[in-house]
Design a protein around this ligand. Structure first.
Ligand SMILES: C[S@@+](CC[C@H](N)C(=O)[O-])C[C@H]1O[C@@H](n2cnc3c(N)ncnc32)[C@H](O)[C@@H]1O
Length: 247
């Protein structure tokens, strides 16, 4: 069922402009004619919420069973960038339902083109702020949340923009099932240390031991996202972390 049909079925759905602030750029180089066409044609088909040109959405609690039909294992990627990871994972795990979220228009256009060409039926996206998505995923029992190379905001005065705050980890915890995990990668050592410090203090998550092959499974240890490639090209060795929800 498309998000538009869902909206029609649920008269309580409200058109809302996000109150949550997004930092960073939303537009890059001009979209090609083909990308614009794909957004026009396919955004509503693959959108979790019904969305409008003015940036508003019909935000509502997400019913994953309704969205994905008979699938019962779900993963989310926050900030999918150009969508390489989400697309390849969805291709490789066709019995898992994937949600993705990204504010960068070029990335959304790129992923939409690929999921439509491959006729994937196990991916839905939110082309907006991940906080709005997480707020509507409480109790969703997700198996895994991926956060790969979140914006590092390196300047001291911008540290408060970093995504992994106590408040956002609480939201992540509520969206994950007990036993579910968050997979995090960053090439900024200070950010990795900050994440480890925050997670160490939590009694609801436990740090997992794992190999890089397990972290990237089933894509293979050689798979890299765009920002992972950039990190290696600049001789910054990424840190990979997995935290499991234990209560
Ligand atoms: C450094 S990039 C990493 C992209 C990709 N994961 C990769 O590894 O190549 C971080 C991404 O997170 C997205 N992002 C930042 N804040 C966001 C938010 N509040 N909601 C959704 N996406 C967000 C940015 O637009 C950007 O594409």
């Amino acid at each position: 069922m498309s998000s538009l049909q869902m909206a029609k079925k649920n008269p309580n759905m409200e058109r809302v402009t996000s109150k949550n602030k997004v930092f960073g750029r939303r537009k890059g180089k001009r979209l090609s004619w083909r990308q614009k066409e794909n957004i026009k044609l396919y955004l509503s088909k693959y959108s979790i919420f019904n969305s409008y040109a003015d940036g508003s959405f019909e935000l509502d609690k997400i019913d994953l069973k309704k969205l994905f039909g008979d699938l019962d294992d779900f993963e989310l990627e926050i900030g999918f960038g150009m969508g390489d990871f989400l697309f390849q994972k969805a291709m490789a795990q066709c019995t898992t339902g994937f949600l993705g979220c990204e504010v960068f228009e070029n990335g959304v256009a790129s992923l939409l083109t690929r999921i439509e060409e491959a006729k994937l039926r196990n991916v839905f996206i939110h082309p907006g702020n991940c906080i709005d998505l997480l707020d509507n995923l409480r109790g969703a029992n997700l198996n895994t949340i991926h956060l790969l190379f979140p914006d590092p905001w390196p300047k001291n005065r911008h540290h408060k923009r970093r995504f992994l705050t106590t408040e956002n980890i609480d939201k992540i915890c509520l969206a994950l099932k007990k036993g579910g995990s968050i997979f995090i990668a960053t090439d900024i050592e200070a950010y990795a240390n900050q994440i480890n410090l925050i997670m160490d203090k939590r009694s609801d998550f436990e740090a997992e031991e794992f190999s890089i092959k397990e972290f990237k499974s089933p894509l293979g240890a050689e798979f890299q996202t765009k920002f992972e490639r950039k990190a290696f090209a600049s001789d910054r060795l990424p840190k990979y972390m997995i935290f499991k929800r234990i209560v």
